[in-house]
Design a binder for this molecule. Structure first.
Ligand code: LLP
Length: 422
């Protein structure tokens, strides 16, 4: 459930008409509902209330510090994958003791930053990373808190680009080889082995791959115990899907109950890294129709709706062929037409929807691109020298610009024309 609803034919975010915000802030813009963010976080987190657990929001899905601060206030932590995300989480007021650091390519500088910030766990993804972390920790005279991210070789049955727990994916350490690494790490002076972690993919619509993974992890924790290695944290990653179109992902509570049952008897703190399931349907992107046109040739007649948001603002349709529901902000009773909704970028791959049945719209109409809260703004770029758009959060009948629209000047910030003759 979210707080984007039509009232008298007009889309509202909580108690404000979306068109009023667009008029004042301009388009395109990302719009988040605070009540929805809170509701989704609580719905997910409360599912695990019987278990010792920590919900670490996946910052990559929506990294605005205003959003992060809401989850921090609700007792959540952060799952980060870069020094930049660590900086964001700390700037949002997140307790470092609730921050975990995943990712295959952490640099020496990033490891140092994580250690100096006192984060809860590093999810180490290779033997070389372990050695690097040990030596950086030695330099700082510290012991690095470590979980190994194991790759369980489980098929998450999702889009190939976002499945991460198969042997052919770059992530984690093959579960069969991980035991030796734990034994090695136990003997290292500046490593504190605390956990096992994994993440098998994103936008999962089935519970079974999670359960298959958990079974493998449980058996692995047993093998560690046989070697005298006790585990304090078990991190199951993120990945619960949402409904973009007609997908039927498990309800977070159903997911939590299945995990709880499977986990019975294991004395660990469970860590979860949800992103999309919390923010995905808590945000929309609002864009304005610039032109409508029809291109004809041979047997082809193609209708286009050209809007002011492009693949640089919301890249998911172009990158993954992802479906986002799109609706006029003011309901239209006009006849349906099959259209491509496209942006201003100079690429044929620049589209928000293809062959979509859509009411006939006209210049100036506002459209809401739904389910854009996760991997929307965070994947935006300046391609075609387009300033990144504003982010706005609504709470009740008030709205707040939580990130200003970038200026033209900001586009060339940091650039210089060298004096080649000197
Ligand atoms: N933990 C780790 C280590 C991850 O790599 C991810 C997502 C998550 C947690 C959060 O997964 P979620 O709960 O959001 O599914 N850009 C793609 C999604 C990439 C996901 C990458 N990792 C998209 O737009 O669909």
């Amino acid at each position: 459930m979210n707080h984007f609803d039509y009232k008298n034919g007009e889309l509202f975010c909580e108690d404000i008409a979306v068109s009023d915000i667009a008029k004042e802030v301009g388009t395109p813009l990302y719009l988040y509902s605070k009540a929805t963010l809170e509701r989704h976080f609580k719905a997910f987190d409360s599912g695990f209330e019987n278990l010792d657990h920590l919900t670490c929001f996946a910052v990559k899905s929506c990294s605005n510090i205003a959003v992060l601060s809401i989850f921090s206030t609700l007792g959540g932590g952060a799952d980060i994958v870069s020094g930049g995300e660590l900086y964001r989480a700390l700037s949002a007021g997140m307790d470092p003791k609730r921050i975990i650091y995943s990712g295959v390519g952490k640099t020496e500088e990033e490891l140092r930053y994580g250690l100096q910030s006192g984060i809860l766990l590093f999810n180490v993804e290779s033997e070389q990373e372990l050695h690097r972390l040990n030596s950086v920790a030695a330099e700082l005279d510290m012991r690095a808190p470590v979980a190994f991210r194991v790759n369980p070789d489980v098929d998450p049955k999702t889009h190939a680009y976002i499945s991460t727990g198969l042997a052919k994916n770059k992530f984690g350490i093959p579960i069969r080889e991980a035991l030796d690494l734990y034994v090695q790490a136990e003997g290292m002076g500046n490593i504190n082995v605390l956990g096992v972690s994994c993440h098998i993919g994103s936008q999962l619509t089935l519970i079974s791959p999670f359960i298959e993974t958990l079974r493998k992890l449980k058996s692995f924790v047993g093998q560690l115990a046989d070697k005298g290695i006790a585990i304090k944290y078990l991190d199951l990653g993120g990945g619960v899907g949402i409904t973009y179109d007609d997908e039927k992902p498990p309800h977070p509570i159903e997911y939590a109950k299945a995990i709880e049952e499977e986990l019975a008897g294991l004395e660990v703190t469970l860590i979860l890294e949800p992103g999309r399931v919390i923010v995905g349907n808590a945000g929309i992107m609002v864009t304005e129709v610039q032109y409508t046109k029809t291109n004809r040739g041979g047997d082809t007649e193609k209708h286009f709706v050209v809007v002011d948001a492009g693949m640089n603002d919301l890249t998911r349709p172009s990158l993954y062929g992802a479906y986002h529901s799109i609706s006029p902000v003011k309901e239209k009773e006009t006849p349906l037409q099959t259209v491509d909704i496209v942006g201003p970028i100079c690429e044929t791959g620049d589209f928000l929807a293809k062959d979509r049945e859509f009411p006939k719209v006209e210049q100036g109409d506002l459209l809401a691109v739904e389910s854009a809260g996760a991997y929307g703004f965070t994947m935006a770029s300046n391609y075609n020298s387009r300033p990144r758009v504003a982010e706005v959060m609504v709470s009740g009948d008030r709205y707040y610009v939580i990130r200003q629209r970038e200026s033209r000047e900001s586009l060339i910030q940091g650039e210089t024309i060298p004096d080649f003759n000197r």
